[in-house]
Design a protein around this ligand. Structure first.
Ligand SMILES: Cc1cc2nc3c(=O)[nH]c(=O)nc-3n(C[C@H](O)[C@H](O)[C@H](O)COP(=O)(O)OP(=O)(O)OC[C@H]3O[C@@H](n4cnc5c(N)ncnc54)[C@H](O)[C@@H]3O)c2cc1C
Length: 366
């Protein structure tokens, strides 16, 4: 089976890798550098807590693959199962966390609850105001700069053709499959997988499938290196825009959240909003007072597709046989990436997927 994968972000690269392993002849087409869309901008959080519960089977599938990533890819993508610690600052958030933790058990996720005393005993470096936390020991983070290129290189090693700096300009359904026009030539395939991220909406629309997706840019930053203080990824149970951070191995603190995401114009370029930094730092210093003494050395953003009900689009097209979609990951796709690639490869090559994907079907907007 010949498959063209559109978009060399984490989803497209992982799909190319798993499709190739299942015996498909794969061409991965990316208009820029592999992984340079939303993926490279990601915070790198591999977090399951707080997810939409029916998404947990996919998240578990993905986490298992993150744990195997180095062996599968032949390269360390800096996946570290450091655990994910999520702080609680008020009674309403404590109730939310407990409700989620109770329900999540039935979906195979166990969160540990830490009291204020346990939290401050384990992590004395954190500020005193948190009243508790949840801890998810098997979650963690990976390096968003390494992940997509590593999947694409491993796919190429196994026989996939990777075409970067190649823009897809049109896709036509033919009797035999698809004809795909690009800036570097015309290609044919029996199946097409739309992994075009925030730009996947347009490809779906070309086949009569309208998805309510808007583009936004989470605001990120990184500090100069500081002595090692903290191991897990740190987040907050909050109704909106909780701040989050992690300390990378060379000592820098990577952070995001705490403020609304910026709007992204039609050019798809997510701009940094320098004026939100003081508010981000105000919240982060409350969580981690040692941050007061380090300099922020860089800020960035990235264009991500947010679908109206907060869930991605995954599965077969509702209008066109042989067309598949996996786009619009709403700011939580980095964790899901390997699982999405594996699940889509299973669906395309076998016609079914053992992980339930119905909640993400594009037909929900038909
Ligand atoms: C700032 C930021 C922080 C984030 N933090 C986290 C996090 O901590 N944890 C988490 O789980 N998720 C996080 N996310 C979300 C996560 O990064 C994304 O959901 C995920 O990377 C999406 O991958 P993708 O492959 O679908 O999209 P992308 O990486 O955007 O890839 C899509 C690719 O398609 C290509 N493309 C589009 N149109 C065409 C065309 N016509 N021809 C050829 N190529 C085309 C683009 O160039 C692009 O490279 C974050 C996102 C952002 C922006």
């Amino acid at each position: 089976m010949d498959v063209i994968v559109i978009g060399g972000g984490l989803m497209g690269s992982a799909a190319a890798f798993f499709l190739t392993r299942r015996g498909a002849r794969v061409r991965l087409i990316e208009r820029g550098y592999i992984g340079a869309g939303a993926t490279v901008a990601s915070f790198g959080n591999i977090r399951r807590s707080g997810r939409y519960l029916p998404q947990l089977p996919l998240a578990h599938r993905s986490l298992a693959l993150w744990h195997q990533a180095e062996a599968l890819l032949g390269r360390d993508v800096e996946f570290r199962a450091t655990g994910h610690l999520r702080l609680i600052f008020d009674e309403a958030s404590l109730a939310d966390m407990r409700r989620f933790a109770q329900d999540a058990v039935h979906w195979g996720l166990k969160l540990e609850e830490l009291s204020a005393a346990e939290l401050h005993h384990r992590y004395p470096i954190l500020g005193p105001t948190a009243i508790g936390a949840s801890f998810s020991p098997n979650d963690g983070s990976a390096n968003p700069r390494l992940a997509a290129p590593a999947f694409a290189s491993a796919a190429a090693r196994d026989g996939a053709e990777i075409l970067d700096h190649t823009t897809i300009t049109s896709i036509q359904r033919t009797e035999a499959g698809f004809t795909v026009e690009t800036t570097k030539g015309t290609y044919h395939a029996e199946a097409v997988l739309n992994c075009a991220g925030a730009w996947g909406r347009q490809i779906a629309a070309d086949f009569g499938e309208i998805v309510p997706l808007t583009m936004h840019g989470p605001q990120m930053g990184v500090t100069e290196p500081m002595p090692h203080h903290i191991l897990p990824v740190i987040g907050v149970w909050a109704q909106h825009h909780g701040a989050y951070f992690r300390q990378v191995e060379r000592g820098s603190i990577v952070f995001g959240g705490g403020v609304p995401r910026s709007d992204v114009g039609p050019d798809g370029y997510a701009k940094v909003q320098f004026d939100v930094l003081p508010e981000q730092l105000r919240q982060l210093v409350q969580i981690f007072p040692a941050l007061r003494d380090v300099a922020v050395i860089r800020q960035w953003s990235g264009c991500e597709g947010y679908v109206a009900n907060g869930l991605p689009v995954m599965g077969a097209s509702g209008t066109t046989q042989g067309l598949f979609h996996a786009f619009g990951f709403c700011g939580h796709g980095f964790q899901l990436g390997p699982g999405v690639g594996d699940a889509m490869a299973e669906l395309i090559t076998t016609g079914a997927c053992e992980t339930p994907l119905e909640a993400f079907s594009i037909s929900r907007f038909a």
